[in-house]
Design a protein around this ligand. Structure first.
Ligand SMILES: [Zn+2]
Length: 222
């Protein structure tokens, strides 16, 4: 009753299209749930996403839950997670992703780390929110201590993939790499644009351990 009253006073809106949600809806409306563009988590490879990585790193699979384009609803959704403090939304979407995986698919989930000063500024790591949701729904364990971001870089906006990769090459550090040996690792990030961040972090993991690497982005840029 109180909830219904609050919803009347302060209606909750869909984080993708801004339409008012009905009582049974949470975070995103039913229409967006069905209509937001998704490539399918288990696309056959090679595909347009794997083309961003193929030949550049030894990896197993790449998954993306949504496709995004400049100015589209998915980008709006991602913006809420990354810049508007909507940690819960990230975790909720992670749990939607995680329902398609089981505990036997991967041995460990590693979210793309933020630099400690960025983490302090934002208060949370958006990739970790997504990974936590996946972990909760799938049962796959998560580690935030094996991959660290030890250097801060200025914005990558406007740089091409090669320039981004060069900038990111020495940014990540792998801790206790022996513990990752032989594991099927799923590296998780909120977005995949050029793939440079995945490549830079993935190269460090591959150089330090014998783990088998896969990538998952909540959304990939088409
Ligand atoms: Zn909507």
């Amino acid at each position: 009753m109180i909830n219904a009253f609050l919803q009347l006073l302060y209606p909750k809106c869909c984080f993708a299209c801004d339409q008012v949600l009905i009582r049974s809806e949470n975070w995103i409306c039913t229409r967006c749930r069905f209509e937001l563009p998704s490539p399918g988590l288990f696309l056959e490879q090679p595909n347009w996403i794997s083309h961003k990585l193929d030949g550049l790193i030894d990896y197993d699979r790449v998954h993306a839950y949504y496709v995004f384009s400049e100015g589209g609803k998915v980008q709006h959704l991602l913006h809420q997670i990354k810049y508007k403090g909507q940690e819960g939304l990230g975790e909720y979407l992670g749990s939607c992703v995680g329902r398609s995986f089981s505990v036997t698919d991967y041995d460990i989930l590693i979210p793309m780390p933020l630099h400690p000063s960025r983490l302090k500024e934002r208060g949370y790591n958006q990739a970790a929110c997504v990974a936590k949701g996946i972990a909760r729904a799938s049962g796959i364990p998560i580690s935030e201590t094996h991959l660290l971001r030890t250097k801060q870089v200025t914005s990558l906006i406007g740089l091409n993939r090669a320039e981004r990769y060069k900038t990111l090459e020495e940014v990540f550090e792998v801790m206790r790499p022996g513990e990752l040996d032989g594991l099927r690792i799923l590296l998780v990030d909120d977005t995949l644009t050029t793939g440079a961040t995945f490549l830079a972090a993935g190269a460090k993991i591959k150089a330090a351990s014998t783990g088998k690497l896969s990538f998952l982005a909540l959304a990939a840029l088409k």
